[in-house]
Ligand binder design. Structure first.
Ligand code: AHR
Length: 836
């Protein structure tokens, strides 16, 4: 046995070894060799490709080098030395690969056809006995020339039909990919010579069916500085001195001193952890003032934006550790030229921690002011939780939200708000799972945490504030809690952080240890009590009342898990939590998860689990190309109406460069016409992500970009807004006839008609993703005998336009009316009717 063959030893307990010629030779005419090898050429993820050979000497690509299976482990997703073993009994192919160069951890999946694979399992090399194939046909060591590379690996003999199946699958995938890759920039060539298209739409109100009235919501995640430095109105950065190297930020100054400095003479600044204001908030600043005059400065999040005439609440916790010094400090806002634009004083002397407050009124509008605290006497001062809030927060809430951003979200008219993520909800490794209890109560007692997106969460925007925001904008709260496992892309562990427990306790495959699951489940149940429990008789209801909200928040939904790997570790924990919620709160709609994609193993396994547990709803995610959305308008038409409902919790059209433009916006608008049609099975949708701060954007596209003074809505934002503001609770079937037989033409025109039960209005949505106008005759027989008034909103432009905004105007409406959909446009026609 060559040294390399040691790698196979553990898997072959009862296997018969083949001979090991230098070049392998096929013994049966109907069997060929396949040779798997890892590639890096798969969007940065390591996947497995194959070559095949009839004689073991001449090799060729399978399916033109298509990636057959990708490794899903951790953030690094490496695949080393894939090898296949075939079970002689049932023919199943078992694939093992190493997760690191040393082979200390192993990935495993199996398949009957090399196309569909079981969920991946990961284990330490020391545990591999439990995955041994009892009676397996072993691969043989071989060296194969792939392109200009010579790769050493393992070749296995399989029936040729498997290679044939892969080839067919490859052809199918290429055809799909070609459709999915269709881009508007090629429309001039694709649709050269295409004249105006004519269409006829007939609406049948008699066959109206009820649909969800919660279809449009928003997905909020603290990503791209969406919370601290974003929606959360706090203006002081690192107010708690809890920034830490452990947050993983790439800025080498990212530590408890971040954003703070001393200006002037006579003062030194240090950080201490002795007798903190609260154990959850251990770091604080100590100013050693030898001679008054110097200032302690915070630069905010890219500066502090203030407006002339507006008031700002300043507060801090302070004590004088030596009992010496004290007196007052001047607090100023200073513009970049050094001019004071607001000033007040606070008292600093106190032997024990004391909160001090003052109000600053700005005398000028400044985009990038800084905060300066100037102690007026020599001495040592401990300072923590140094905070500055505009008084004009959204709805004037204390510890509230930035008014313009919150209003932009409210203007979508979302029926629900999902929070706190996304990946943030289940965190980077088990220790980073988001625990809601750490985010409520007095700010100084909340537990800050590293953000999975590599910055810091103060938790100032915590569960209470989320619930309150939902109430303030009339949206259902939709919290998402981890299903006992962290993000499947957890970056903890991996080759560079290698430890012996890479698999079992770190990264995606770790779960909350079983002995701690009882407490975790209790925490989830307590969350429901916090939202809905009686303010007097329940412990967590009392906490809510203490925070100022005795009335329940009427929580109806809870998301359990976020696009998790549907592994054994996940399934066990998900089931335990789900059953506990069901037993105690049978009316709560628990939303399961079907992985990150609209197809594949997690999608299938997630649905299988939902079927087994009869879940009320599942959360599907679908980031895809504009082409995918154009050609998959029938995606939900075939969903079984008796199974779980769907929450399309994250989706967006992703074009190269990740813009939000007319092309991506219209692709989403077109797909949403099909979602409305399927509003009996799709209950909710939320485009993702919602917010991104300029200069701190980690993920594109987002619905709203912002800086400290501006809010910039995208084309996709307007699409959401047009759907949110013109939603209905009944779907009116319509027939759309287009005078062009081309599939690509017909697929780019969409219609949806709904009725808003409250106003009785009919709403016609029309999408045209063609470079030519579509002349439409709309017929709504049920308008006969009515006086109808129409208001149309049109969003259109060139496909690459990022600045298009909707334009509203009145239009004449009758039982039959013409409408010309402009090229590349989304139109909403709202029809009010009165009896004649
Ligand atoms: O929306 C951004 C990220 O996309 C979410 O955190 C995650 O759930 C998904 O992969």
């Amino acid at each position: 046995m060559t040294e390399d063959m040691n790698i196979l030893k553990p898997f072959m307990a009862l296997c018969l070894m083949q001979a090991l010629p230098c070049a392998v030779r096929a013994a049966q005419p109907d069997s060929v060799y396949v040779f798997p090898y890892p590639t890096t050429n798969d969007h940065g993820r390591r996947g497995m490709q194959f070559v095949w050979s009839a004689d073991g000497e001449h090799w060729q690509d399978v399916a033109e080098g298509m990636v057959i299976m990708r490794c899903d482990f951790g953030a690094w997703k490496y695949m080393y030395r894939p090898r296949l073993i075939q079970d002689r009994q049932d023919g199943r192919l078992h694939c093992f690969w190493d997760l690191d160069p040393e082979g200390s951890a192993i990935g495993y999946a199996s398949s009957t056809d090399l196309i569909k694979w079981t969920p991946q399992e990961y284990f330490m090399a020391t545990e591999q006995g439990k995955f041994a194939v009892k009676d397996g046909r072993m691969p043989v060591v071989d060296t194969v020339q792939v392109g200009d590379k010579t790769i050493a690996g393992y070749a296995l003999k399989v029936p040729y039909r498997m290679v044939e199946g892969l080839e067919r699958h490859g052809i199918y995938r290429s055809a799909l990919n070609a459709q999915r890759g269709e881009r508007a920039e090629h429309d001039a060539a694709r649709f050269a010579g295409l004249q105006t298209v004519n269409a006829r739409i007939t609406v049948d109100e008699g066959r109206a069916k009820p649909i969800s009235d919660n279809l449009i919501g928003v997905f909020f995640e603290d990503l791209n500085y969406a919370a601290d430095g974003g929606l959360y109105a706090e203006l002081v950065q690192n107010r708690d001195f809890e920034y830490s190297e452990a947050d993983g930020n790439k800025d080498r100054n990212w530590n408890s001193r971040y954003a703070w400095s001393v200006e002037g003479e006579g003062m030194a600044f240090d950080v201490s952890t002795e007798q903190p204001v609260h154990p959850n908030n251990p770091h604080y600043a100590v100013l050693d003032v030898a001679q008054p005059g110097g200032g302690f400065t915070n630069t905010g999040f890219d500066g502090i934006a203030v407006k002339e005439g507006e008031k700002y609440d300043f507060s801090l916790f302070t004590r004088t550790p030596d009992g010496k010094g004290g007196g007052k400090a001047v607090v100023r806002l200073v513009d970049p030229q050094g001019k004071t634009v607001a000033e007040t004083t606070v008292t600093l002397s106190s032997k024990t921690w004391k909160k001090r407050e003052a109000v600053l009124k700005a005398t000028a509008t400044v985009a990038q002011a800084r905060l300066v605290i100037i102690p007026q006497s020599a001495g040592r001062y401990a300072l923590d939780m140094i905070s500055l809030f505009p008084q004009k927060t959204f709805k004037g809430r204390k510890n509230g939200l930035r008014a313009d951003l919150a209003q932009a979200i409210a203007d979508i008219r979302p029926r629900f708000v999902r929070f706190p993520g996304g990946c943030l909800a289940h965190g980077d490794g088990v220790d980073n799972i988001y625990h809601w209890k750490e985010t409520i109560g007095p700010l100084e007692a909340r537990k800050p945490a590293a953000n999975i997106w590599r910055y810091h969460q103060t938790r100032g925007l915590g569960y209470f504030e989320y619930f309150q925001f939902c109430e303030d904008i009339g949206a259902e709260p939709l919290p998402v809690v981890a299903a006992g496992v962290p993000c499947q892309n957890s970056g903890i562990g991996g080759p560079s952080h290698h430890s012996k427990d890479i698999v079992t306790s770190l990264g995606q495959q770790g779960g909350i240890p079983m002995e701690e699951m009882g407490q975790y489940i209790q925490d989830v149940l307590d969350l429901i009590e916090y939202a809905n429990g009686d303010a007097k008789t329940t412990r967590w209801g009392r906490e809510r009342a203490k925070a100022g909200h005795p009335e329940p928040f009427n929580l109806k939904y809870i998301g359990l898990g976020n696009e998790d790997l549907i592994s054994r570790v996940f399934t066990e924990r998900f089931t335990m939590i789900y059953e506990a919620i069901q037993a105690k709160y049978p009316d709560i709609v628990v939303i399961g998860t079907t992985g990150p994609f609209s197809e594949g193993t997690d999608y299938e396994e997630g649905w299988a689990l939902a079927d087994r547990l009869k879940l009320p709803m599942v959360d599907e995610h679908n980031y895809n190309t504009p082409g995918w959305f154009i050609y998959n308008q029938d995606y939900y038409d075939h969903y079984d109406r008796h199974k779980s409902k769907v929450y399309l919790g994250e989706y967006a059209a992703h074009a190269p460069g990740r813009p939000s433009n007319i092309e991506t916006g219209l692709a989403a608008a077109l797909f949403l016409t099909s979602v409305e049609r399927n509003g009996d099975v799709v209950s909710m949708t939320s485009y993702a992500p919602l917010l991104a701060k300029e200069g701190h954007t980690q993920w594109r596209p987002d619905l709203i970009y912002f800086n400290n003074t501006e809010v910039k809505a995208t084309v996709d934002y307007y699409v959401q807004q047009m759907y949110g503001q013109h939603a209905g609770n009944k779907y009116l079937p319509s027939t759309l006839t287009v005078d062009n037989r081309r599939h690509d033409v017909r697929s780019r025109v969409g219609v949806s008609v709904v009725k808003d039960g409250e106003s009785g209005d009919l709403i016609v949505k029309l999408v045209n993703l063609l470079p030519v106008a579509v002349k439409t005759d709309v017929e709504i027989p049920s308008l006969a005998g009515h006086q109808a008034v129409g208001q149309k909103t049109v969003l259109s432009g060139r496909p690459s336009d990022t600045n298009a905004v909707p334009v509203e105007s009145a239009m004449e409406i009758g039982e039959k009316f013409p409408y010309e959909m402009p090229a590349y446009s989304f139109t909403v026609i709202r029809i009010k009717r009165e009896c004649k």
